[in-house]
Structures are given as C-alpha cells and as structure tokens.
Design a protein around this ligand. Structure first.
Ligand code: VGL
Ligand code: ZN
Length: 210
C-alpha cells in the first residue's frame, strides 16, 4: 500500500462527478462506479480541504445523442470545439440521476462546482468548458485560497478526471490522480489515452493509495 505524502496546507482533494447516473443503475453507468464511494470517503477524511464537482446539464444538452437525430449513444461527431462523444441523457439538472451518490459522506467539502451547464457545449473539466476557454471559476478559488496541488479522484478517470487533471496542470497547479478512487468508461482507447496523457504531462498517478 502506498500512502500519499502527508496532505499539507497547499493540497486540495478534488472529487469529480460521483453521481447516481455514473453508477450502476444510472443512465451512463461507469463499470464499478459505486465502488469508489467508500474509498473516497476514507481519503477525504485525511484532507482539510475538499471540493466536489457535479456534471449538471440542462435538458436537451448538446452532448446527448438524443439531441442529434439519427445518432446513437457513443457515436462520435465533430463540433467546433473538436470531437465529441455523444452520451445517453445523463446528469440532467435537478434530477435524482444528477444527485451525488447517497453514500458519499463529505460534510466538510467547502465548494461544489457544477459544470456542463451551457446547452451548446460540453465541459469534462472542472476548470474549463470544452472550448478550453470558458472558466468555471475553480482556478480563481484555488489561487485565492493558496492551493498548489490538486489530488483528483472520482468518475470517470478517462473523461472528467483526465481533463480536470490536465487543466489543473495548465493552470499552474501540480496534479496527482489516485486511480483506486477512480473508475473508467473506456471507450475506443480512452483509458490508454488518459494514461499516456498523464505520463506526458508529469501527472503522477497512484495505482493504489489508502
Ligand atoms: C463524464 C461523460 C459525459 C464524466 C461526464 O464525468 O467523466 N463523462 N459527461
Ligand atoms: Zn456530461
């Protein structure tokens, strides 16, 4: 078992999208998604500073296959912001599918960032929408609070965790991913692509951390 060097004052735990729709029984289930809940609850107890995210789409969101006649979930299309995987309708604002998993117990989390709120553009990252330009405000929060390192966990490793980790680094923070507190969707090589990106960017990926 590996342990993270004692979380310090500059460290923030960023918990990505641990929501009902990404767990078995939800509309975009990540295999084993619910298994991260106890692991994250334990890890969060070691951090004074925790932020959560929620994928939070309006009905008819551009990333939904149902918004594109003739398309099926997991088809790919080209958009002005690059390639887009089309998803089943998921995490619609205010629905039970968009709620955090009921067993997630992080009472000391200071902030919940909701992303993907604009109908015409997806937002995998907790920092920027998929145009890589429209901010969510998280960078300002982290800078103003003096955080220097972001420890990432949650769903899905190969989409929202990946893009959040990349944007943490491009925004000047160091980033660490705790893989046993993540699960992946793994469509068309997306998990391998995420791992390649982590090593190219110097994002340390703990395979197993308690
Ligand atoms: C996510 C696909 C679509 C994620 C969100 O949280 O990784 N994946 N929306
Ligand atoms: Zn989404």
């Amino acid at each position: 078992m590996t342990t993270l060097p004692e979380p310090g004052g500059g460290d923030l735990l960023l918990i990505i999208d641990v929501q009902n729709d990404f767990c078995p029984g939800g509309s975009l289930p990540v295999p084993g998604g619910h298994e991260v809940v106890p692991v994250i609850n334990r890890l969060a107890g070691k951090f004074a500073d925790v932020v959560l995210t929620q994928d939070w789409h309006p009905p008819g969101h551009h990333s939904f296959a149902s918004s594109h006649p003739g398309r099926q979930p997991f088809d790919r299309i080209e958009t002005v912001h690059g390639p887009q995987v089309l998803w089943p309708d998921h995490c619609v604002q205010g629905t039970s599918g968009a709620a955090l998993h009921p067993d997630l117990h992080i009472p000391h989390a200071a902030l919940i960032i909701r992303k993907g709120i604009h109908k015409e553009i997806d937002s995998y990252s907790a920092f920027f929408e998929n145009d890589h330009a429209t901010p969510t405000g998280l960078t300002g929060y982290l800078r103003e609070r003096g955080f220097t390192r972001v420890i990432l966990v949650g769903l899905a490793l190969d989409f929202c965790v990946r893009y959040s980790a990349e944007d943490a680094v491009s925004s000047g923070f160091s980033a660490v991913v705790v893989e046993n507190a993540c699960r992946a969707i793994d469509v068309e090589g997306s998990l391998a692509a995420a791992r390649n990106s982590f090593s190219a960017l110097g994002i340390h990926c703990y395979r197993h951390l308690e």
